[in-house]
Write a protein that binds this ligand. Structure first.
Ligand SMILES: [Zn+2]
Length: 262
């Protein structure tokens, strides 16, 4: 993992760049959801108004999404670099010290279409990337598909490592963890990190927010997700989502009908 002291010659920062690190860093397993989101928003704001030193150096290390990587550029070193870059650029350097990255060249199961997963245990999170599931026409596209998945899983790791467990026990599940880990907090944070990354790099990476939301909402009663009308705050179209969600509900109702006939 690259750290600042390993940089032989840190680039000279223009005076606009801030030298100090972010205050109010999240506290391990004790931070409230709104503070977790606020920390990420603060990092994101610095991207627009004046990068911090770590962010600036991360940006210099970040390849373009159209960079033609040589065929022998394997996914593992690329993704290890991206873990460190995403962390410094978007997460205020809060994640890698507690996170390890694993790679798996086989499918988790024949049914699973998951490209990544995150498990948190104790003070440590492990992100596994199923590299064989990456799609794309070119080697570069497949690398970036894996990178987008890594970013998706880093949002899970950030929440799992820092959220107040006390609060989580009391909060409505959909507001925080959700059924599959994609509760509204995940969406609030994933929206900020995806749009910030794309804005600062000119990339168009997609961390899978739409499918994650559909999967999550399809398991909740309508009364719990009536706030679906506010999905515009995540850059999603309410009409599209309403149509997809009602279809999901029809499918769920149909499945219940079928199983009750048996
Ligand atoms: Zn996920």
């Amino acid at each position: 993992m690259a750290t600042e002291q390993h940089c032989a010659k840190p680039p000279k920062l223009p005076t606009i760049f801030e030298e100090s690190s972010v205050s109010n860093r999240p506290k391990y397993r004790a931070t409230l959801p709104e503070d977790l989101l606020q920390f990420i928003k603060t990092e994101s704001k610095r991207i627009k108004t004046g990068l911090g030193r770590s962010q600036y150096e991360a940006l210099l290390r970040c390849p373009s999404t159209t960079t033609e990587f040589p065929r022998d550029k394997t996914k593992e070193p690329f993704l290890n670099d991206m873990l460190s870059i995403f962390d410094d650029l978007l997460f205020g350097s809060t994640i890698p010290a507690r996170t390890s990255l694993k790679f798996c060249g086989t499918r988790k199961s024949m049914l699973s279409r998951t490209l990544g997963e995150m498990r948190a245990s104790g003070e440590h999170a492990t992100v596994t990337i199923y590299t064989i599931m990456a799609i794309g026409k070119t080697h570069t596209e497949r690398l970036w598909h894996c990178a987008a998945t890594l970013l998706h899983e880093m949002v899970h790791a950030y929440i799992a490592l820092y959220i107040s467990h006390d609060h989580e026990r009391r909060a409505k599940p959909l507001a925080v963890r959700g059924d599959s880990g994609h509760g509204f907090l995940w969406h609030d944070i994933a929206y900020v990190v995806e749009t910030s990354f794309n804005a600062v790099t000119g990339a168009k990476i997609d961390v899978g927010r739409q499918m994650a939301l559909l999967r999550e909402l399809s398991v909740w009663p309508k009364t719990d997700w009536k706030d679906v009308n506010t999905v515009e705050k995540w850059g999603l179209e309410p009409e599209w989502l309403r149509e997809r969600v009602s279809r999901k509900f029809s499918e769920a109702v149909e499945a219940v009908r079928k199983s009750s006939k048996k």
